[in-house]
Design a protein around this ligand. Structure first.
Ligand code: KIV
Length: 296
């Protein structure tokens, strides 16, 4: 068993780290090094993640569900995404920052897709964008890339299409569906994507796609054969109370921990244990006497 690194080394990885770029992504794949990605939506989470040394942070449209409380990802808007992107950009120094293009921000026209992608860099402080879909997105992807904006693809389970897919279900389980995903992955690579997210697809299909591509794949619910892994941070922390997908490794129960803290606070206030002397500021006796004299 190897000796764990001292806490100071692992916790402040970003202090000595160079900015991660799309080139780093490619180099990591070439060297057979795994790429790490997590989602973040706010400053303190991005700061902690960046200090821990994550390669990339996705401001995912999962924001809609895990932060804003919607049923699915469809309602989140460009303005809401940009608001959270800016908070993340203020917290992260070295991770590659990827903004997730929300539903209807890139589907209507190539021009609109390119303009909205640009806003993620110009107004959101992101380094790249991600958008969902395969062959049907190639024109938009080419146009965005021609504007100098790196694009991460996303195929398999694409949550913005749940109404078409019939819910959050694994994709590519038949030979025909799997073949279509392989073709889509190759088309996205050819269009210029620097990486592709493979969500909820059989592990051996994800491994095959990862081997066929020269760009890195980032898996979520796609097994260990991808070039990198991503999870939704609220699932990892146990912050999202509604459900936890089977493929998630839950590292903590922050929802339970938060509930306990809030209950403790309520009890402390109600029983007058808080605020105590150490949380209280007092006035100088002389000033106090002067005040009493003044107001009678
Ligand atoms: O929105 C998101 O968090 C995502 C990840 C699940 C890849 O798209």
């Amino acid at each position: 068993m190897s000796t764990p690194a001292p806490a100071s080394t692992s916790i402040s990885a970003s202090a000595t780290r160079k900015k991660v770029t799309t080139l780093t992504y490619r180099q990591k794949k070439e060297r057979g090094e795994i790429i790490t990605m997590l989602t973040a939506y706010d400053y303190p989470t991005a700061l902690a993640m960046d200090k821990a040394g994550v390669d990339s942070i996705l401001v995912g449209d999962s924001l809609a569900m895990v932060v804003l409380g919607y049923e699915n990802t469809l309602p989140v808007t460009m303005e809401e995404m940009l608001h959270h992107c800016r908070a993340v950009a203020r917290g992260a120094r070295t991770a590659l920052l990827i903004g997730d293009m929300p539903f209807m921000s890139y589907q209507v026209s190539v021009e609109e897709a390119t303009r909205n992608a640009g806003r993620f860099l110009q107004q959101g402080g992101m380094d790249a964008v991600k958008l969902e879909g395969g062959r049907e997105r190639v024109d938009a992807i080419r146009s965005i890339i021609s504007a100098g904006i790196p694009v991460m693809g996303h195929i398999g389970l694409t949550p913005q299409s749940i109404n078409q897919l019939g819910g959050f279900r694994t994709q590519g389980k038949t030979a025909a569906a799997a073949k279509r995903l392989v073709e889509d992955a190759l088309l996205l690579e050819e269009a210029g994507c620097f990486s592709i997210v493979l969500e909820s697809v059989p592990a051996r299909l994800a491994e095959l796609i990862s081997k066929r591509l020269s760009i890195p794949t980032i898996g979520i619910g796609a097994g260990a054969g991808c070039d990198g892994q991503v999870l939704v941070t609220h699932d990892v922390l146990g912050l999202f109370d509604r459900f936890t997908p089977k493929f998630v490794k839950k590292y903590a129960d922050f929802h339970g921990a938060m509930q306990k803290v809030f209950a403790d606070y309520i009890e402390d206030v109600e029983t007058k244990r808080f605020p105590a002397k150490e949380h209280t500021v007092e006035m100088d006796d002389k000033e106090w006497e002067a005040l009493l004299k003044e107001i009678g």
